[in-house]
Design a protein around this ligand. Structure first.
Ligand SMILES: [Zn+2]
Length: 390
């Protein structure tokens, strides 16, 4: 049963509802008795809702509405039910009919406007929904709820400036956890500016992103990319190295950028020193793998394999083992290579099965990094997979 309790409570006074619940739970002869002052038909409708029989509930409420068309609560409950069932046109008609009444109290009118806004959102009519939520203004019981919906609309429509404004109003009203989301909006704007060749504006947005969330990895990566494009190697290194402190799970994203900058400066050994520090401090797979790659290139496969074997005995990992077998296979005699081949093939397949990225909120798995989860739409919840970051 996914109806919000709010809908149920609209139907009855709370005291009557709780009394009736107790009677119903006890299951005694009085279970279906009606509390004084409550229409027994309401209770029957409520029963249907509790039993998840929304069709029956809708039939009953519709019949009741024909008899008693003045009941605001019934209109709201019925409209909400229709919307949930996907019958958006009927929901819109009910809510419009309600708003047209001159006798509504202000809170009732605001609630009906809010519901009508939700109907339009559900129908994909974002412009109209935006107008309705905008009407709810900055005050009143429904203004915060409307602002949350507005933020969702702006996000959907990629109107990042408006989304930032809505989120900042929500933050001023006490929703403190929106900083990282506002930082992502600024990153979106930075990427747009960067693509359009507006470097200064892009930099300004990156500074704002880091102001709202100093752990914003994405801002550091964009900054590193811009510096690489401008051949500003030191700035690229500064931005790339920042990622290790912001969120070590994302180090693997920064490493190719760092390697490019260090190599362009003709100082490929320095990155190895830095990686060693990071790896000793954090014990992550990403710097370890990067070190093995660099060692193989700079010192040869024997050194790289020896180093990796020592690390793997301390901290086993599937990706590390696959890399180790690959290095061993390269150095082995032809006969040994034949023996290692099936082991390597199995390990390779196991590593390929690991998701590269996974959403910590909904479990979405993918091979591409998304800053906003394509499945649950949460920001910054998609992280490098456990094996990559372990
Ligand atoms: Zn998700």
């Amino acid at each position: 049963m996914d109806l919000p309790l709010a809908v149920l409570f609209l139907l009855l006074p709370v005291a009557a509802l709780s009394g009736w619940f107790i009677g119903r739970r006890r299951g005694g002869g009085g279970g279906e008795d009606c509390p004084p002052g409550v229409n027994p038909e309401y209770l029957r409708g409520l029963s249907y809702l509790l039993e998840d029989r929304t069709d029956k509930a809708i039939d009953l409420f519709t019949r009741m509405l024909e008899v008693d068309s003045e009941t605001v609560e019934l209109h709201l409950a019925l409209g909400s039910l229709f919307r949930r069932r996907g019958e958006v046109d009927r929901a819109i008609r009910i809510h419009q009919n309600l708003i047209a009444r001159p006798t509504l109290t202000r809170p009732q009118r605001e609630q009906a406007l809010y519901e009508l806004g939700l109907d339009h959102m559900r129908a994909g009519l974002f412009d109209r929904a935006e107008e309705l939520f905008g009407e709810l203004g900055e005050r009143g019981d429904w203004s915060l709820a409307a602002l949350r919906q507005l933020r969702a609309i702006y996000e959907q429509e990629k109107e990042w400036d408006n989304a930032i404004r809505a989120a900042r109003k929500l933050m001023n009203a006490g929703e403190s956890d929106l900083g990282p989301v506002v930082a992502q909006y600024h990153c979106e704007l930075a990427e747009i500016d960067r693509a359009a060749g507006r470097g200064r504006e892009a930099e300004r947005h990156l500074r704002q992103a880091l102001g709202f969330d100093r752990h914003c990895v994405r801002a550091s990566l964009i900054e590193a990319d811009m510096a690489l494009a401008a051949e500003a190697w030191r700035s690229a290194i500064k931005a790339g190295r920042r990622v290790a402190d912001q969120d070590p799970e994302f180090l693997a994203e920064a490493l190719p950028r760092l390697r490019r900058a260090y190599e362009a400066m003709g100082r490929p050994l320095e990155i190895l020193h830095w990686l060693r520090e990071v790896e000793e401090g954090q014990g992550r797979a990403a710097p370890l793998m990067a070190m093995v790659d660099l060692m193989e290139r700079q010192q040869g496969p024997d050194q790289a394999a020896l180093f990796l074997r020592n690390r793997l005995t301390e901290r086993p990992s599937l990706r590390g083992l696959e890399r180790y077998v690959a290095l061993t296979r390269e150095r082995a005699e032809p006969g040994e290579q034949r023996d290692l081949e099936p082991v390597y093939t199995i390990l390779e397949r196991m590593v390929a099965d690991q998701p590269l990225y996974q959403c910590t909120h909904c479990g979405f798995r993918g091979r591409v990094l998304h800053w906003q989860c394509p499945s649950c739409k949460h920001w910054t919840t998609v992280k490098p997979g456990a094996e990559a970051a372990a």
